[in-house]
Every structure is written in C-alpha cells, then in structure tokens.
Design a binder for this molecule. Structure first.
Ligand SMILES: [Zn+2]
Ligand SMILES: [Zn+2]
Length: 421
C-alpha cells in the first residue's frame, strides 16, 4: 500500500464518531430528489469548515467542493444525496422524522463517507498533488441530478476531471467491496401509458369501451416481451409497477394508467423492448376497439452504466491492498440503475463505481465472516430474500463499520488517482 494512503487513513479513528453523528442526522432528515436543501446546506457547511472551496446550488441543490493542491490530476469524487418516498419502518432511534420520506438507498452514507474522505485528504495534502473535485449530487433517484449539474456548466466552472470515482451502499455484509468491470448497471426506461376507453354505467358495458379490460390485457401481453422476444443469453426486465383505473364498482372509467419500468443492458435490446411496449399497448387498444391510441410518455430514463475495465482494476486492487484482497469481489452486473455514469460520459473520462456492504452479518444468519457470507450469497447457499435491501422500508446500514469501509475505500481510490507530491 502506498505510504500516502497509510498515512491518510491513520486519521480515520479520530473522526469516526463525528461522522456517525452526522450520518444519523442526515438519516433523520431525508429529503426527496431536487429538494435536498437542508442536506446540501449541512454538507456545504462541513466542507467549508474543512477548508474546501464550496459552491452551493449547482444544478439546483448540488454542492461542489474543490481543493486545488498543486500540479497533478483532477479527480472527481461523487456522492448522491437524495432520499426516497418510503415510510421508514426500521424503528431506529435516528429513523426519519420526515413522514413518508426515507434514506432507503443509503445516500446519507455516501455523503457522510465522502465528507470523511475529504477530511482525511485535506489533512494529508502534503503527500499528494492535484485537484479534488467533490460532487454532492442531487436527484439520483429520478435519474436527473447528474445531468442537472452538467447542464449548470459543472465542468466549465470547476474543471474536467481525469476520472470519476463513486460508490454505493449494498445489501452485502459490512466489510466487503464489490465492483464489476464493463457494463455494471442496467439502463432504465420508466414509461407511463394512458389507455383511453369510453366510460359509462357498469350495468351497460355494451355502451362503453372498457379501459380496465384493455389495461389488464396489456399487462398480461407485456409479460411476453421478456419470455417470447428476448433471447435466452440476453436479459431484460419489464415490470408494471402501477396500474390505476376507476373510482367505483359500477362506473366504467374513461381511462386507465399503467406505469412500467424496463431494464436492459445493451442499446439494441433497449430499443427492441421499448418498441415492443409501444406495439403491444397500441395493438391492445385497437383490439378493444378504442377510438384513440394510448398516450405513452417517459417518466425517467437512465443509460447503461459502464465501468472502465483498466481503471476498475487499478482502483479495486488499491482498495484490496487497504482492506485485504479477499474483501474485494465481483458481484456481476446488476439490474439496478445509476446516473453517475452521466458525469463520466459528459466529461469523456473513465468511471469507477463500486459498492460496499453495509449490513450487520447477523441479518444473514450465516456466521460473522463477511467473505464467507458473500461466497454463500453468490452460490445461493444462504437465502437473502428476507434481508432488507435498498429501496425497502427496513434498510438499515450498520453505521460505524460502514462508515469505516466507505471512507477507507473512497480515500484509497482518490489517492490512487491523485498525483504524488
Ligand atoms: Zn442509490
Ligand atoms: Zn436508489
């Protein structure tokens, strides 16, 4: 391990308690996408106190913290900061105080760990050279935040980095880090379909065009896209997560609404699946005798996330040297989506995005060794279906050990890409 990394990490013990307090405060005060006003204010206050040059309001509620420390590479360190519309059920003493809003994706942990890394990096600035460009990004959950910061001239105002480094909490046992080179996360297309019928009295269906039946038939036919149109060695997901129509049993409504979530890994499959959704929705409307074609609109969209293989190898090797090589593993590509890749794509530079486990090994019920647990998870020996993961109301990262791993990984990665003094 490089001496500068060892020296920087030596300061972690002294700041863990303070970081844990900060994490619990963020966790108790989650804010939805593009509304992260308190969150970004707290982050800006802390980064300023550390000695960074801080700009608030970048792309709405984004915060940029810069430390120029001599000639050398510019390295972007990115954390997302938004929460989700979920009612928390963890029962933790620091559970959300904002009704119906929860940090259920661990972005409070990402922000905390990046601030911890910024503290260690500024304290160790005599041992490295270059520029740290720390980005606290809003609205990851809607897929808009990275683009909002880019559109607010992020690179023109703060410089173009040579690499983008980002990390995410994961429902692995705390202590391990997972990273996958190449295509690492799926593209998402979230669509809304409004199917138009003609409403009327429930006792006289012959005088109506029933959008409920039309929508139900569409939901069923959509299931054949993945099962009948996608090759066995390809992959896609089509989920209808929302189906809404009507107000009362004896009223046939005028329209029905479907909301779909589509995940794909290649541009070709993406185009094909989206086209199939359009084809099926229109054809089912026609089959029902609808007088208007359905309206199909985009709710949100994420591109495929691509991790540069060489940059991943370099970063994960360094993290392995810090945490122990057996702690780093390849979880494979995930069907989750991320907009961190937009920052790297817009800058034309490589992305390194990894995940770190945050769950107490006890919740897996299979012993306390995180490496063995990951092995058992990947081989299917232990059943993880009952483990509360991200986007669930019970997602509860183990605070202190997770902070230690997240700060260690981010600090190590940053120093791997910054220059030597
Ligand atoms: Zn997330
Ligand atoms: Zn999320």
């Amino acid at each position: 391990m490089a001496a500068s990394i060892t020296a920087a990490l030596a300061g972690l013990g002294a700041i863990r308690g303070d970081l844990a307090d900060f994490y619990r405060d963020l966790h108790a005060h989650p804010e939805l996408s593009d509304q992260e006003h308190r969150t970004s204010g707290e982050i800006a206050r802390r980064a300023t106190a550390l000695g960074y040059t801080v700009t608030e309001g970048v792309g709405g509620t984004g915060v940029v913290a810069v430390l120029a420390n001599g000639a050398g590479p510019t390295v972007m360190l990115r954390a997302d900061i938004d929460a989700l519309p979920i009612q928390e059920t963890t029962g933790l003493p620091y559970a959300s105080k904002n009704d119906g809003v929860m940090h259920a994706c661990g972005h409070d942990m990402h922000a905390t760990c990046l601030l911890g890394a910024l503290k260690l990096l500024i304290d160790a600035r005599s041992s490295w050279a270059g520029t740290i460009l720390a980005v606290f990004q809003p609205a990851e959950e809607t897929g808009r935040g990275a683009q909002e910061m880019i559109d607010d001239n992020l690179f023109e105002r703060f410089g173009t980095p040579e690499i983008v480094l980002a990390q995410h909490t994961a429902p692995f046992p705390v202590g391990v880090v997972g990273g996958h080179a190449g295509t690492a996360a799926a593209a998402t297309d979230a669509l809304r379909i409004i199917m138009h019928g003609r409403g009327g009295h429930g006792s006289r269906p012959e005088a109506t065009i029933d959008p409920v039946v039309m929508a139900a038939a569409t939901v069923m036919r959509l299931q054949t896209i993945v099962s009948r149109e996608i090759a066995a060695d390809d992959a896609a997901v089509v989920t209808v997560g929302c189906l809404r129509a009507g107000t009362k049993d004896n009223i046939i409504p005028d329209e029905a609404e479907l909301q779909l979530n589509i995940r794909t890994f290649t541009p070709q499959t993406r185009e094909k699946v989206v086209a199939s959704v359009h084809r099926i929705a229109k054809a089912e409307a026609a089959a029902a005798g609808a007088e208007w074609e359905p309206d199909i609109s985009v709710i949100d969209t994420f591109p495929v996330m691509f991790n540069d293989p060489d940059a991943m190898a370099r970063t994960l090797t360094a993290i392995g040297e810090t945490l122990g090589p057996d702690k780093v593993f390849d979880p494979g590509r995930i069907t989750g989506s991320e907009d961190a890749g937009n920052l790297a794509t817009a800058a034309g530079v490589p992305l390194c995005y990894w995940m770190f486990g945050v769950l107490d090994p006890e919740v897996f019920g299979g012993g306390s060794d995180p490496v063995q647990l990951v092995h058992d998870m990947l081989s299917g020996t232990i059943d993880v279906k009952s483990v509360p993961g991200p986007h669930t109301s019970g997602y509860a990262p183990a605070v202190d050990p997770s902070i230690t791993v997240g700060v260690t990984a981010m600090t190590t990665a940053a120093l791997t890409w910054l220059g030597t003094a």
